[in-house]
Design a binder for this molecule. Structure first.
Ligand SMILES: Cc1ncc(COP(=O)(O)O)c(C=O)c1O
Length: 412
């Protein structure tokens, strides 16, 4: 039991040992994450600094969150201004930033007068809203009770989103799950076999992020649109990781030339300030009625103001084009940087999965830290690159040099 404040001498001793924060972390935070390797004290652009003043290039960008990098002046100014004006009021009252962001999202999705937005605070919450939307699509006789999700999917950690997440190890400790979710392979044959008039919704990620940066097979989204429409099921596209410019389009579904019934957003939407959203199209916008769903914090003035700023900066700085250019350049340069370790590349825009020829991803991540690089691995043979969308030529050249140095530390 703590007896009071640590004396300044005691605290200094811990800091001198360089382990102070590690033991404090272990003694105070629930151990659901692996022990973190670094204590990050500040960030600027695509770089962060640790408590010893070491600089790192942040190739995981808060796991596809820090769209404008760290401490972008436009975000700093928007937060300061909005905080001094209005951070939050209840959803029983309207605020201008909330309406303005909803209007922007409708415009970005190419929506029409039947498009609507619900605001939440995270990706999992956006998907909970989508789960409830699917339940409300039960049909006149209530026969639509099934939700189809894909193998390798990840939709979040709360119970509804978790029920649609493929990895059994994440789900089974928390059984029983909400009922009715079936998992299918993302193939035309599996979709044809599974879909019928008992399906309320199909949920897909255009590129599966946590599953290992796995793009949907060509033509799958178009077929999914066709078959869900035919059977009265909703097509829900989880754009939590792929949305907000990450793939080089505003949203990952757009390159397939389809209009889904709903999309979910979070991560990059407000560049690091917590927010989630569900955008509904057409008939789907009529399914949830007054009282069916809600949120205390969702759509608060601060988060929505920052999100609108992120959208403006992505437009003003031409970041969608930057994403495409940097993606192409990385794809050209990665094979040489990884040499014999290179096993292929997949994904879109600045959401790239680099396959390694040997299962040494965690060793490479550790070696990256020694060379000022924060890397992310989704499995022992896959690096996931999701840097800020402001990642430019200078950062790319730092990255390639550091990655190549990190790779040469790994001896077969
Ligand atoms: C596709 C997708 N959906 C949902 C989530 C859950 O988002 P959050 O962690 O904000 O709840 C994630 C998080 O990684 C994700 O990648």
């Amino acid at each position: 039991m703590p007896t009071g404040n640590a004396s300044s001498t005691g605290k200094n001793k811990l800091e001198t040992a360089g382990q102070g924060w590690r033991s404090r972390y272990a003694a105070s935070l629930l151990p659901v994450f692996a022990p973190p390797p670094l204590l990050i004290t500040r960030g600027q652009g695509c770089y962060v600094w640790d408590d010893s003043g070491n600089r790192y290039l942040d190739m995981q960008g808060g796991i596809a969150v820090n769209a404008l990098g760290h401490a972008h002046p436009a975000i700093v100014a928007a937060i300061a201004d909005q905080a001094a004006t209005l951070i939050h009021d209840s959803n029983l009252l309207a605020t201008e930033p909330q309406i303005a962001l909803a209007e922007k999202l409708i415009q970005m999705t190419g929506g029409d007068e039947d498009t609507r937005v619900f605001f939440a605070n995270s990706g999992t919450e956006a998907n909970e809203a989508a789960f409830k939307l699917a339940r409300k699509n039960s049909g006149d006789e209530g026969k639509r009770t099934r939700i189809l999700a894909l193998t390798h999917s990840f939709h979040g950690r709360t119970m509804g989103a978790l029920a649609m997440t493929a990895k059994a190890a994440l789900r089974t400790p928390f059984d029983p799950m909400p009922a009715g979710v079936d998992f299918i392979e993302p193939t035309p044959a599996a979709l044809h076999a599974a879909i019928d008039d008992t399906v309320a919704a199909l949920i897909v990620e255009p590129v599966q992020g946590e599953g290992g940066v796995l793009p949907l097979p060509d033509g799958f989204l178009a077929l999914a649109r066709e078959l869900t429409a035919e059977h009265g099921a909703l097509l829900i596209v989880d754009e939590v990781q792929t949305g907000m410019g990450r793939t080089g389009d505003w949203f990952g579904y757009q390159s397939a030339g389809i209009v889904p019934d709903a999309i979910t957003l979070a991560k990059g939407l407000a560049g690091g300030v917590p927010i989630g959203a569900m955008v509904t199209f057409g008939r789907a916008s009529t399914l949830l009625a007054r009282g069916d769903h809600g949120s205390t914090f969702g759509g608060n003035a601060l988060a929505t103001r920052v999100a609108a700023t992120v959208v403006d900066v992505i437009e003003q700085e031409g970041l969608l084009q930057n994403v495409r250019e940097q993606s192409a350049a990385l794809t050209r340069e990665l094979p040489a940087a990884l040499a014999d370790l290179f096993g292929g590349i997949r994904g879109r825009g600045l959401m790239l999965g680099v396959a390694l020829s040997r299962p040494v991803a965690s060793e490479l991540v550790a070696a990256g830290l020694l060379h000022g690089l924060i890397l992310n691995a989704t499995d022992p043979s896959t690096l996931r690159l999701v840097p800020p969308l402001v990642f430019g030529d200078a950062e790319r050249s730092d990255f390639i040099a550091a990655l190549s140095a990190a790779r040469s530390e790994l001896i077969e």
